[in-house]
Ligand binder design. Sequence first.
Ligand code: PLP
Length: 434
Amino acid sequence: MDELVKMYAQMGITKQVYEYGEAVLEKLVTRFQKIDENAEYNQMKVVKAMQDCKVSEACLLGTTGYGYNDLGRDTLEAVYAGIFHTEDALVRPQITCGTHALALALMSNLRPGDELLSPVGKPYDTLEEVIGIRPSRGSLAEYGITYRQVDLLPDGSFDYENIRAAVNERTRLVTIQRSKGYQTRPTLSVEKIGELIAFIKGIKPDVICMVDNCYGEFVETREPSDVGADMVVGSLIKNPGGGLAPIGGYIAGRRECVENAAFRLTSPGLGKEVGASLGVLKDFYQGLFLAPTVTASALKGAIFAANLYEPLGFEVVPNSVESRHDIIQAITFGTPEGVIAFCQGIQAAASVDSHVTPEPWDMPGYDAKVIMAAGAFVSGSSIELSADGPIKPPFAVYFQGGLTWVHAKMGILKSLQFLVDRGIVLIGVEKDKN
Ligand SMILES: *Cc1c(COP(=O)(O)O)cnc(C)c1O
């Protein structure tokens, strides 16, 4: 173990920080065991779907041009449908990101005069422009699709009474965001999502229930599609891409919903038949194969970070003991210096661009400066070790990812080292909360 301590020292992590981390980890053994069991189950779920669909070497090759008869693409979509237990799936490099996948699912399944309902409060920032909550060119609002929202109750539970009142004859689609994203509400468990869907279908059976599954895939053994969701939607540069997918999004669900999306992605009449996979299929397959253990690594990283920083007096959401339903960890430092040190520490632990120092900057679309740490193999990939924080009260950072657990661990220790070196944190001394 001395050699390990020496190696950490070479990485700029002192014995004191390392040992503090080890003490934290001792208490997490059983919890990590549960995460490994979950990954074991999901690994088999993925392999089984690949075997059932007879994935072959030929599937790893791509097509060009129109992409007719793309065996690898069509088989991969069957694999996704197998994993999510849905009738069909659309998994494409032409879906550019998570927002695009969600916009596609919405725009293809809603028609003028329909109403969209979010019964879980405000959706993810980028969806505000898709829906037209913030006026935007090409939004659903411009096409005569209205939007209604029911916020969660103060304790984070569903406001069943107001949801019942909000469902009307025009309600066509209900959007449910699994992850809290960058809000303070709790992330929804698959079980909770199932209860909500059952309630809504009880009021109006033919309404389409869509779940924004970003950051949630493989965190539990079940997915929202196992508890009644008609569509689950997500990004391949998050969990299901396993860190290898260089681009892409997916929509898995009922055949009609998926076909609607395909006709919108390509063209009426063409649908799923076109869309060359080019050279990405091997990474899509291999990334999906790795996704359960990669997600487990990220999940361990998030739990480690919560348990490392909470005893030092910082507020962490989720807290050190609560159950997890996505891979995001928020830590409130209360000062700009804390946010900056944390993000710079994460960046310094990267394998790509570790030598650059992130600084807060005026990002388009944000009302305060934001600092981002992202030394990633895939640009912007947030299943890789990454963090960002707006430089405004309460001065919180959002941390996620880690392709391997040991790298997530090293990144978090490095962040703590930066905070210690700058005198923001004293290890072994309770932070004065005033
Ligand atoms: C990341 C995310 C999105 C949007 O995905 P992008 O790939 O960034 O466009 C939507 N919803 C949630 C909950 C997310 O976490």
